[in-house]
Design a binder for this molecule. Sequence first.
Ligand SMILES: Cc1cc2nc3c(=O)[nH]c(=O)nc-3n(C[C@H](O)[C@H](O)[C@H](O)COP(=O)(O)O)c2cc1C
Length: 426
Amino acid sequence: MTETPRSNLVREIYLAGARGQTPPLPTDLTALGEAARAVLTPAAYGYAAGDAGTGATGRANREAFKRWLLLPRMLRGTARRDLSVPLLGQRLPVPVLLAPVAAQTVVHADGELASAQGARDVGVPFVLSTGSSYSMEDVAAAAEPGSDAPADGAPMPRWFQLYWPADRAVAESLVRRAEASGYTALVLTIDAPTFGYRPADLDHGYLPFLNGAGIANFTSDPAFRAGLPVGADSRSVAAHWAQVFANPVLNWDHLPWLRELTSLPILLKGILHPDDARRALDLGADGVVVSNHGGRQLDGAVAALDALPAVRAAVGRSVPVLFDSGVRTGSDLVKALALGADVVLYGRPFLYGLGLGGRDGVAHVLRCLLAEVDLTLALTGCASVGDLTREVLALPGVLPVSGPLGGTGAAAPSLHPETTNEVSLI
Ligand SMILES: Cc1cc2nc3c(=O)[nH]c(=O)nc-3n(C[C@H](O)[C@H](O)[C@H](O)COP(=O)(O)O)c2cc1C
């Protein structure tokens, strides 16, 4: 447990307010997108915020959180809360990591260097995208506690997200470099064999990678460089990247090769179907990430939160199940944990914080998130993340009546005819 409760942020803000200071960025984590829109170019904002197609899956992700409500319990004396969680043989200080997000220099020149440092400032681990604008070695160095780190700045776990390149030599080289530079797990993203149909990017004719953002792990890679023509200019580098970056023929038969290649834990990101989760484990994965890529890939896909309970049930209690897509607030995060996630990946809000304030913006967003998680546990009556079960959740509608009601024995009517009283309290 950290020495200082995360919820102390609220006290600090009020005390600063009494001295006439207010927070530099919104504390409403759902307001960050609009704030970022005001400072980013339309193309940069479109890249960060854009969904696939009509945006139906992006909206479904948010709607799914609204369908679940918290049912707090009182007088449990939860004066301090333990936010730490066990994961892959370690204890993470908080149940959240930064999600892998490519090409972060689109929103701020310091990109992944700043987000790694902002995360470290707050004690949050991160997952670095293959599509980073700085090399994985440079980001690893930036993430090390240095002279500017807080006194208790212990090294945070950092993971590497792999987009499996079409060239196997490049794939192997990326994995070896991740091992050598201290990344402690691989997140293999499997829901992006190709980019989704993203009108926000298409309308601007904008793909950051073709402008040189998000390709540093390739341009710094010896195996990638070996495939470049002598004297290659930026155009031919981009053309080669476009050939190598994604692997549309990737299938389950490829996984044993990766499993053999590395002893790092492997988590498969982009799982929605319980059978895919089981298959991933059968082929040697150590865990799964339930995600629909924040609605950026397949428009019309199910909300990730709606897929979470079935995936958890399919793999059992002991397998790491991570979750992302649509998490904005501390309350959202708690709901995802109560529905079976061990840890949540936090996506767009930190990217907006990066765009608004660089490293400090990322730190601000994460501090707010963790303060709200801490307060949500307190107000729900939970002393630790481990206390979060479905018992803290209810679906909309009148709660079931456990005893006779008004002498008739009749149950209270449900507000929602499709929801019986028996299932409205989970
Ligand atoms: C701008 C942007 C870039 C992303 N790049 C990657 C990536 O390189 N690799 C990856 O696995 N997921 C990527 N994602 C998906 C995130 O890891 C995560 O699944 C998603 O942001 C969750 O949705 P949310 O941010 O709406 O909560 C990206 C998301 C955004 C918004």
